[in-house]
Design a protein around this ligand. Structure first.
Ligand code: G4P
Length: 191
């Protein structure tokens, strides 16, 4: 998506350790007019699919998922991150390991809101190592729901997540794939 690449080139800041800061429009301050274009693009890419619900994970995915949901006219369900160990039987749960934050947490979704009838589109801001996406897809599987695909705003193509998710047979639509980044020259995008 050229508009997204232009936005990253203009406003994104590459930090040490291969971290791309997009706080001015995506991860902290949110540019709503721009996010509407993101939502429209996800709708365009998944136009051929029946989707009953969008699933995301707190925190940064929620805003993007909500705006995208306006174009699909479906509810948004977000997985909650919790450190609680004893979780009651009313929730689906999966373990997610965060390399960036160096910890393991449980993600939970209430069984009430995810059922076998659902056709799920997962939306998230970044795909890096893919652990969050794997955890969410595991929760969809536990519910017996259908995973239609995953829409990612920025995929870090030099990390393994994209390859793992595609190898799992999940339809993955990333609006920008960054193949390399450095503090001086910024991002190189996959064509
Ligand atoms: P993974 O989910 O693909 O396995 O990635 P990883 O564990 O490496 O990333 C952990 C968190 O860091 C995720 O957010 C992910 O979106 C974010 N992240 C990864 N790479 C970048 C990057 O280059 N720039 C930015 N801005 N974020 C990145 P999270 O833990 O779910 O936190 P939240 O921000 O959604 O609350």
């Amino acid at each position: 998506m050229q508009l997204l690449k232009d936005k990253i080139n203009k406003e994104g800041v590459v930090k040490k350790g291969n971290v791309l800061k997009v706080d001015s429009f995506l991860n902290h301050q949110m540019d709503i007019a721009f996010l509407e274009e993101i939502g429209k693009e996800f709708k365009r890419r998944f136009a051929d699919e029946t989707i009953t619900k969008i699933l995301t994970i707190e925190a940064s995915g929620i805003g993007i998922a909500c705006i995208t949901a306006r174009y699909f006219q479906v509810p948004v369900l977000f997985a909650k991150k919790t450190q609680t160990k004893n979780i009651a039987g009313e929730v689906y749960t999966s373990k997610v390991e965060s390399f960036t934050h160096n910890k393991v947490y449980d993600v939970i979704v209430s069984k009430q809101f995810l059922t076998a009838d659902d056709r799920i589109l997962i939306i998230d801001d970044f795909l890096a190592n893919g652990k969050a996406l794997i955890g969410l897809s595991d929760i969809v599987k536990q519910a017996g729901a259908s995973l239609v695909g995953a829409g990612i705003v920025i995929e870090k193509g030099f990390q393994e997540g994209g390859r793992i998710i595609r190898n799992m047979g999940i339809r993955l639509e990333s609006l920008a794939i960054v193949d390399a980044m450095d503090e001086k020259n910024g991002c190189t995008f996959r064509q």
